[in-house]
Write a protein that binds this ligand. Structure first.
Ligand SMILES: O=C(CO)[C@H](O)[C@H](O)COP(=O)(O)O
Length: 230
């Protein structure tokens, strides 16, 4: 099975899980990227069953609107039922690296508000230790060099992502050669550098459920103890 077919299989699996729970007042959180795009396109068929969505990027907002799915400003919404998004890497604790599409900050905000976060990813994203994928860090432009020097002190190789400005008007440093055995600590440490808006580690708020597309089918992996269970 090719990667696109695996992405489609997890997008479909997410829809199968969510569709029976949709109500006329349900607001969904929708992520960014090719897997999220597939989910958006499938969602069009059930658009009449829920209220609308908040999007983690302009690109996803435009795609939702093209299917006549209403898109809300997050500030006008009381609750996001479930956030559905892809990932660049995931591990067995359902900690993630995200931000390959430069939408990490808005992704993190929507994930923080959502009651549940379902990550949809093809099997190539599964790793033992996060960090094979370069860690994206969104940075205020004037702090770019300072943040890069601080990241070098932590052992990483930061590289400015050329010709990319985020939806928030910032730049992205991708950190190479940076294995992350302790994602929680690393997420907090990088967030502590002045000038960092956000980094692509999702460990403080990991996924609650991971639908992983493999040649043997979709693996449905739940976090051992989700805050949803309490
Ligand atoms: O974090 C993201 C965007 O910022 C995406 O979820 C991540 O890059 C995965 O993308 P794709 O579904 O295209 O493989």
């Amino acid at each position: 099975m090719d990667q696109d077919s695996l992405k489609l299989s997890v997008a479909q699996a997410a829809l199968d899980i969510i569709a029976p729970q949709l109500e006329s007042n349900t607001i969904l959180g929708i992520g960014t990227g090719s897997t999220a795009n597939m989910f958006i396109d499938l969602l069009a068929d059930v658009a009449h069953l829920f209220d609308g969505a908040v999007a983690s990027s302009q690109a996803s907002a435009e795609r939702l609107k093209s299917h006549n799915i209403p898109v809300y400003d997050l500030n006008t919404v009381n609750q996001v039922a479930v956030y559905i998004d892809g990932a660049d890497e995931c591990n067995e604790a359902l900690e993630l690296i995200k931000g390959g599409g430069a939408a990490l900050t808005r992704e993190k905000i929507v994930a923080a508000v959502a009651k549940e976060f379902i990550c949809i990813a093809d099997g190539s994203k599964w790793v033992k230790v996060l960090g094979e994928f370069p860690l994206p860090v969104e940075v205020i432009p004037m702090a770019r060099s300072h943040v890069a020097r601080e990241i070098v002190k932590l052992g990483g190789d930061p590289v400015l992502r050329e010709d990319v400005v985020t939806d928030n008007g910032n730049v992205i440093l991708d950190v190479y050669n940076f294995p992350i055995p302790q994602p929680l600590a690393t997420e907090a440490k990088i967030n502590g550098i002045v000038g960092v808006v956000c980094n692509g580690l999702f460990a403080l708020r990991p996924a609650d459920r991971l639908l992983l597309g493999t040649a043997d089918g979709v693996r449905d992996i739940k976090r051992p103890k989700s805050f949803l269970d309490s």
